[in-house]
Write a protein that binds this ligand. Structure first.
Ligand code: PGA
Ligand code: ZN
Length: 423
């Protein structure tokens, strides 16, 4: 097949689900004779509880500086380059930025360009992105982690200190059933909250999870009960899970995790015991960021004690960065890695993180951010790279955009489709 080259790159400021500005990039590729052409569009998400070691989302001056940089610096260098050579495109993005953390261009610019180039190349070849990136091996659908109740940095002060209370339909045999089961839990949680708390207004946090005036344990109780009730309806196993997002709770001076709403502070040992207790009592399938982002040792102790029966996942700890994942593997710090492409900046860097995780039997978990657009790229990345889990919310257009794309991918794969391998 003839080589495809990048013909044009355009960047614009668009809005994310919080109404904050982010960047969207359009890429057109074509072959020399201009017979075959492809178009790719990708938008970058934005986090609220960002890890300290993530790349910089936007340079000083924000999205406008980034769009200008695409026009003046990036587009002139990328136009004419071969679109299928993702590694070279991504390397060039690093060179044009020239800093270790994308602080000149912005990691969000890099990730949007990187993804838009891949999408354009896939479209010119008449392929869906998951197939273009993953080939014939890409037949496994991820289990969706559904954020059904939330607090922390994604909701108001009276909501729980823990950021995300999730459900996982671990027994589902198809993606569409799995996604529907999470929606049932989300609905069930609303009903239980209305019974429990007369003043519940139906308010939601940034990811569409209910944000009630409840403490952590009452919230977990509600989610665990909702999961149990849905098990009775769907007939397969559902388990509760948490993203503690501990870095948002951690006070470096006090060296404690401060649960403001609960009025409790926990040092490393107390935090480990607290989480171990929750894993036991509620049969948690997955706990993300149980310890703060520098605490490799605390993570390791928890993984030693609970890693056989629960996935211990690092988000802010690893920030999709191979150097930090390597450090974690050495320390035995976890058994799962959250994968957020915009934490690291390009598809190639993201794939390197997934490969390293898999090589060491750490489960890669593809993930959205709290600020999202309807961009569906991560649905394809999860299937292409064989991530057994995806965290992409349950409710709201920007969340269901990914779920619905996975439903379409499952349909496209037909009889070949299988659910991911969890352990
Ligand atoms: P974010 O957090 O607000 O940084 O996207 C989501 C998460 O902690 O998983
Ligand atoms: Zn997280």
């Amino acid at each position: 097949m003839e080589k495809l080259t990048i013909d044009s790159i355009a960047a614009r400021k668009v809005l994310d689900s919080r109404g904050n500005p982010t960047i969207e990039v359009d890429v057109v590729v074509q072959d020399k004779r201009r017979v075959r052409a492809g178009f790719g569009r990708a938008a970058a998400p934005r986090g609220a509880s960002k890890g300290k070691h993530e790349v910089i989302a936007f340079p000083r001056g924000g999205v406008d500086v980034s769009t200008e940089a695409v026009r003046k610096i990036v587009a002139p260098k990328l136009i004419g380059k071969i679109a299928d050579r993702q590694g070279e495109i991504d390397l060039l993005l690093h060179e044009l930025d020239g800093t270790p953390n994308f602080s000149k261009l912005g990691g969000n610019v890099a990730v949007a360009i990187s993804a838009a180039v891949a999408k354009a190349a896939a479209s010119a070849r008449g392929m869906l992105l998951f197939k273009y990136l993953g080939g014939g091996q890409a037949v496994r659908l991820p289990y969706p982690l559904g954020n059904v109740l939330g607090g922390g940095a994604h909701a108001g002060k009276q909501a729980p200190d823990i950021q995300e209370f999730l459900s996982i339909p671990v027994g589902a045999i198809s993606f569409v059933d799995a996604a529907s089961a999470n929606s049932q839990v989300h609905k069930k949680v609303k009903g239980l909250l209305e019974q429990k708390n007369e003043t519940f207004t139906g308010g939601k946090g940034d990811e569409g999870a209910w944000a009630p005036n409840l403490n952590n344990l009452d919230a977990l109780e509600v989610v665990a009960r909702a999961c149990e009730e849905v098990v009775g309806e769907v007939g397969f196993e559902m388990r509760p899970a948490l993203d503690v997002a501990s870095s948002s709770l951690y006070d470096t001076k006090k060296q404690k995790h401060v649960y403001e709403r609960e009025g409790v502070s926990r040092d490393q040992g107390e935090q480990i015991d607290f989480i171990l207790g929750l894993i036991e009592t509620y049969k948690l399938f997955y706990v993300e960021d149980p310890m703060h982002e520098e605490d490799f040792d605390g993570f390791a102790e928890l993984t030693r004690k609970a890693g056989k029966r629960c996935l211990i996942c690092g988000d802010d700890l690893f920030v999709t960065n191979v150097g930090r994942i390597q450090k974690g593997i050495k320390a035995g710090a976890a058994n799962a890695v959250l994968i957020k492409p915009n934490q690291i900046g390009t598809l190639s860097d993201t794939l390197a993180a997934v490969k390293l995780a898999k090589k060491h039997d750490y489960v890669p978990v593809m993930s959205h951010r709290s600020g999202e657009t309807p961009d569906e790229t991560i649905a394809h990345l999860a299937v292409a790279w064989g991530c057994p889990l995806i965290k992409t919310g349950v409710a709201g257009g920007e969340r269901v955009a990914k779920l619905n794309e996975l439903i379409r991918i499952e349909e496209k794969l037909g009889a070949k489709a299988k659910m991911g391998m969890l352990r």
